[in-house]
Every structure is written in C-alpha cells, then in structure tokens.
Write a protein that binds this ligand. Structure first.
Ligand code: GCV
Length: 671
C-alpha cells in the first residue's frame, strides 16, 4: 500500500513539474515556493548579480549572506560556506567564487545533501574548458545531438535563449572556458564579421565566468590575410597575428586565447615551413602575451616518425620540452592514440617537466556508441587521474557533446557526461558515484525513488563504460571501428589507399599465433616511453594488467592468463559476453524505474537501450567470429551463440557521415 501511494505521489510530482524534455538539464527549474532572504554585496561585477539572482529565485532554505573578502585566501574562484541554523554565510574572493558557491548551494539543495559544517572549495585547475568541434556551417564534427548551438547567421543581432542557458549550465559545474569552433578550423572565424559575433557570445557568457577561446587555423595569414606564407619566423606573419590579437582584444578584452591543431590530419602548421611546433606556438603566444591570452597547442600529431602510431606524439614533442613560451600549454589527448574506449595514459604526461600540459578528454561519444549507448565517463576519466597525478597538469579540456537537440546531448544520459566533465575538472578527486548520484537526483529526481531502484540506476551508470569496453574492445584492443563514422565493428576493414594506421588490422594484428600489438622491448618498444617501474610492468606479459594486455602484447590464443586462469581466447570471449549481458541488466534496471518517471523519457531511453543491446551483440558476434578464423578455437559453452554470420556482418554498410549518429530504424534495417 505504502509503495502504491509512493508511486502515485511520484507520478504527481513528475506531472506537476511538466513533461520531461531534458531541456532543463540538471539545473534548478521551478522557482522556490518561498523565497529566502539573500543579502549580496554592492558590486558592479555581473557574476555577483547572477549569484544573487540564482539564489533569490531558487534557494528555499535559511537566509544567505554573500560576502566578498579579497584576503580570505580563496583566490578568484574559491568559496567558503559557513552554515548555521539561522543563516548561511557564503564568502568568496570575488564574483566568480560567489557564483560557484551559489551553484554549490543549489546543487546540494536539489540533491538533498546540504553540508552542516564549514565547506571550503577551490578548483584544482584554473582552466576548465569545453572544446566545440562546431563548424561555421552548423555541422558538428563527431557531434551526435543535432546541429551546432551557435547560430552564426543570426549573430550578433539575434540572441538565442540557449546561449544563456548554456553558460548557466557550465557555470553550475565550474566550467570556465569554451572554444567555440572546430580544431579543423576555418580561418573565417578570425574575420572582422565573425569576431563581432564571437564578441556577442563572450558578452553573454562573461557574467557566468566563462571566457571565450577560438581554434585558429595556422594558415590564416594566407587564407584570410592574402599573404604568401604563414612561416612563424617570418616577421610579417608574426606582425599579422599581433594585429589580429589586438583586434580581438579590442572587441573581447578577456579573450582566452587560441587552440591550435597543427600539422595533424591535413591541418597546416609550422612544419610546412620547416619549423617546429615550438616555433609555431611561441609566435602565436607572443601575439597573445601582452593581452594575457594563452595558446593551447595540441599534441595530437602522428606523422610517421616511428612505425608505431602510439609513439609518434611523444617522439615529436618530448624533444621540444623547455622550448615553449610560458603562455603555451601543450594539450594532450588522454591516451596515445585517439580517444579509444580504453587507452593507457599518454606517456607524454610527465615527460615534459619544463612545459605546461593539459589533458583533452572526449565528452562526445565518437568511439562509444554515439548517442545510442549509455557510457558514463567519470570512471574512465578517474582512471586517467589514477595514473597521471592531478597536480602534474595545468588545465583540463573536454570535447563537447552538445548540440541543438531539445535535450542538448541526444542521449538523455549523455548530459551526465557534460556534468561529470565539469565536476571532475573542478575536483578530480570527486568520486564517480557521488557525481552519478547527484546527477540522477537532480535530473531524474532519483532520491524520491525506492532505494533499490535508485541503486539500480546508479549501478547502470557506473558499470556502463566498462560494459562498452567489454563488448567493443576489451583487454586493450583498439580501433576496431568501421571506417570514417566510427560506429559499429569492422575488424576486417580494408580501404584502398587509406593510411594503414587508420585501419583496424594495423592495431589488432590477429594471426594464427595470437592477437594484439607487440609494444614490448621485443616489439615497437612503446613501453619504453613510460616511467621505469611502469615500463617494466607493462613489458612483462604476466604482469601487464589484463585491461591493457593486447595494447602492449601479441598474445598466443591458448596462453593461460594469470588474471583469469583461462586461455586468452576464452577470456576474450567472456569479456564480449559480459559486455552484452551487462546491457541486458541495464535494460532491467531501467525498466524497474519506469513507474517513477515521465513516460516519454522512459520510452526514449528504453528505445536506445534496445539499440545498445543489439549493438553489443553485433560487436560480440562480429569480433568473435572474425577472430575465431585465426584462433580456430570454439566459443566457450557459456557464451551466447552468434545470432549473425560473419559474412552478413561484413556486408553491413551504414550510410552515415561523421556528423551523424545512426538512427535506431537504420540499425534495425541493416542488422
Ligand atoms: C577534429 C579524430 C577524429 C577527428 C578529429 C581528430 C582530432 O581523428 O576522428 O574527427 O578531428 O580526432 O582530434 O583532431
């Protein structure tokens, strides 16, 4: 009976709150029924105004007094909260600290976890930046949530309400910077016409503590300025960038700086003129330095300096250590290849002690089932921080998963990755379970669900990344994806004329002897790029962690692994099976929550989970049947029999671009 009443009440709450469309994200939605007294300092700082307004609108507890104290040791962004029965004092060194303190209070209020003793918070990193791979024509490279949210044609005159909501969402999780355009950059973004549009966005974002950055095309002096060269050591080129920087800062006095993809995947760069990455980065850095801007120079390069792609960024960048200007930060992807479902950390971290470094995570799910699969990424990012000590890097970037779809991210649970990125960029020590729980409580009102239902949803989130790894690429396998769009399995893929290191066989190296890429001292020697103790551990097939085994070793099919006490083949089969079974469990966990949520949301996620379960089986069948041709071993009896033949799966050709996620209907039709 109690349960029955509970269901009715929950449904009423959901209905009163209006149908869920995801547009409100995790943010406070309905204004507080009883507004509390909020006393703020007199200040011209717009962030103070936002902090007070947010609390006046949504805070329903005891009065809050906001205080600015420059000498409180809280820096620009930290804050202190002193709660008592009568009132809460929120102290910060400036407006942005108050802003983050206000959102902290609203978050804890919504999640029902307000502190009862003093809390002091500082962000671990000064720069916590989203990277949008948004093109000026409105498409989003590797974006699976519709088109770009920036409407360049309408800017600067028309201000979409989404811009402010975007800023608010970012501020609420501590994100303080945004790179608006794709790293495969059009020079047009630096034209006068576009800079006024960028300035309009910067004005909207400023009160929310968000700085605007731009991806710069290294050849802009040629493409935009009509010059004959973009050689960084040419004085006219340097002068062109100085003038461009001055023009930008006239319009946007707090402009953050440039992000540059140079000499990578066809992008121009200093190496085109016989110069180094440091020459290129430093020339831009000197144009920005007088204004306080930075250059985020990407280390995602893989010109074939070594036959193993995983070694190339290290080979090219390590010798440049100490040669970068102080306002250059080398931006490195978390792993040495390219955002695979699991990678060991990039050995460049820690290998350039005299250079500033930042990590680039991918929030958008290019290699993780696009917007059809649940993959909560906090555990993956925490794994990175377990190897690369948070203090050894300067800043954090995340490739955004945001588009103009009504719920912002396509998959409703992909919002949780945007949320988690911000929370971990602020505090990499935060637990994944805390972040998942907060997001569930704030977004789905999970705190009001029966405990076992909420726990089921938590488990679904926390197990989801590992499940995807298991059914796609367990044990260190990588890059088994279909060519181009990167959705679905193609371990057999051959494309005439394509770079070998864009093709799966280059990575898995399946043959009659075994599976995996030999990166040991007897192979490509990539293990040498890691610090000594780790290098020895990774080099030994018996001590290499199972999760990285096939990344570093070519392992015989019938080798018995110490981790599983079973053959490599059987262990591999069990990982694929485990991933598939995990998604079946997610379906049950989601179904158990059905009575406690909006029907449209339930149906949307249910539909995507069905696609995910079918995809998991497709991955399992495709990879196991393909590798079985080489192992010539039977599938273990407890592995679900394949539903498809290898031939039928090799015929699948999804007709989608790098800007799309395949629809469930398309997947149903082809499989
Ligand atoms: C923006 C991968 C992606 C590309 C992306 C590139 C990068 O190769 O597939 O779409 O380009 O990484 O990070 O620059």
């Amino acid at each position: 009976m109690i349960r029955y009443i509970y269901v009715i009440v929950s449904v009423c709450v959901a209905l009163c709150a209006g149908a869920y469309d995801g547009a409100g994200l995790w943010l406070p939605g309905a204004p507080a029924a009883f507004s509390a007294q909020i006393d703020g300092p007199k200040s011209k700082d717009a962030s103070v105004g936002v902090a007070c307004d947010e609390l006046r609108r949504y805070w329903s507890g005891v009065p809050v007094k906001l205080v600015i104290k420059r000498d409180a040791g809280l820096g620009d962004e930290g804050f202190r909260i002193e709660p008592s029965d009568r009132r809460i004092v929120l102290t910060a060194g400036g407006g942005r600290g108050l802003l983050y303190g206000a959102y902290y209070l609203l978050r804890k209020q919504k999640a029902g976890t307000l502190p009862d003793s003093t809390v002091t918070e500082h962000p671990r990193y000064r720069m916590r930046v989203l990277n949008h791979w948004d093109n000026l024509d409105g498409t989003v490279e590797r974006g699976y949530a519709g088109k770009s949210i920036w409407n360049w044609d309408e800017l600067p005159d028309v201000e979409s309400p989404r811009y402010r909501e975007y800023a608010r969402a970012n501020a609420s999780v501590g994100i303080n910077g945004t790179v608006l355009n794709n790293v495969n950059a059009s020079s047009k973004i630096l034209s006068d016409d576009y800079l006024v549009k960028v300035a309009r966005l910067a004005d909207i974002f400023r009160p929310y503590g968000i700085k605007v950055y731009l991806s710069a095309n290294f050849a802009a002096p040629m493409q935009l300025g009509g010059m004959a060269t973009a050689d960084p050591l040419n004085p006219d080129v340097a002068e062109w960038w100085k003038k461009k920087a001055a023009d930008i800062y006239r319009l946007i006095p707090d402009f953050g700086g440039f992000l540059v993809k140079a000499n990578s995947e066809g992008q121009p760069g200093p190496c085109d003129f016989g110069r180094t990455h440091a020459d290129g980065a430093n020339m831009l850095a000197s144009a920005l330095a007088p204004h306080g801007g930075v250059v985020m120079w990407r280390a995602f390069v893989y010109s074939p300096s070594d036959p193993d792609r995983a070694k190339q960024a290290y080979a090219e960048f390590k010798p440049l250590d100490g040669k970068f200007a102080p306002n250059v930060i080398v931006q490195i992807k978390n792993g040495p290849v390219d955002f695979q479902p699991r990678e060991p950390y990039s050995p460049l971290f820690g290998a350039m002690p005299s250079s500033r470094q930042m990590v680039e995570f991918q929030v958008t799910q290019e290699y993780l089932g696009h917007s059809n699969h649940i993959a909560f990424l906090a555990p993956m990012w925490k794994e990175f921080f377990s190897y690369v000590k948070p203090g050894s890097i300067d800043a954090v970037a995340g490739v955004a998963n945001i588009g103009d779809s009504s719920n912002w991210t396509g998959h409703p649970f992909a919002q949780a990755n945007w949320y988690a990125f911000g929370r971990l960029a602020w505090d990499p020590d935060e637990e994944s379970s805390v972040i998942a729980g907060e997001w569930l409580d704030m977004t789905l009102n999970a705190a009001s669900m029966p405990a076992e239902v909420r726990t089921g949803l938590m488990d679904m989130m926390l197990d989801s990344h590992e499940a995807v790894v298991d059914y796609m690429m367990p044990m260190g396998l990588h890059h088994l994806f279909a060519f181009g769009h990167h959705y679905g399995p193609e371990p057999w893929c051959e494309v005439a004329g394509a770079r070998p290191d864009w093709l799966p066989k280059y990575y898995h190296k399946a043959d009659s002897l075994g599976l995996g890429f030999d990166r040991t001292l007897g192979g490509s020697r990539a293990v040498e790029q890691y610090v000594d103790s780790l290098s020895a551990m990774l080099n030994d097939v018996d001590s290499c962690p199972e999760k990285f085994l096939l990344w570093f070793h070519h392992v015989p099919w019938d080798k018995v692994l110490p981790s599983s006490d079973d053959t490599m083949w059987n262990t591999l089969c069990h990982h694929y099976e485990g991933g598939f079974k995990a998604v079946k469990t997610f379906q049950r966990q989601w179904d158990a929550a059905a009575p406690y949520m909006d029907g449209a949301l339930y149906a949307d996620v249910r539909r995507r989970l069905m696609a995910q379960a079918r995809d998991a089986r497709w991955w399992k069948d495709a990879c196991l049947l393909y590798f079985q041709q080489y192992s010539k071993m039977l599938l273990p009896a407890d592995v679900t029999a394949p539903e498809h033949t290898l031939e039928s799966m090799m015929d699948i050709n999804l007709d989608i671009t790098n800007y799309e996620s395949p629809s469930v209907e398309l997947l149903d039709a082809v499989r």
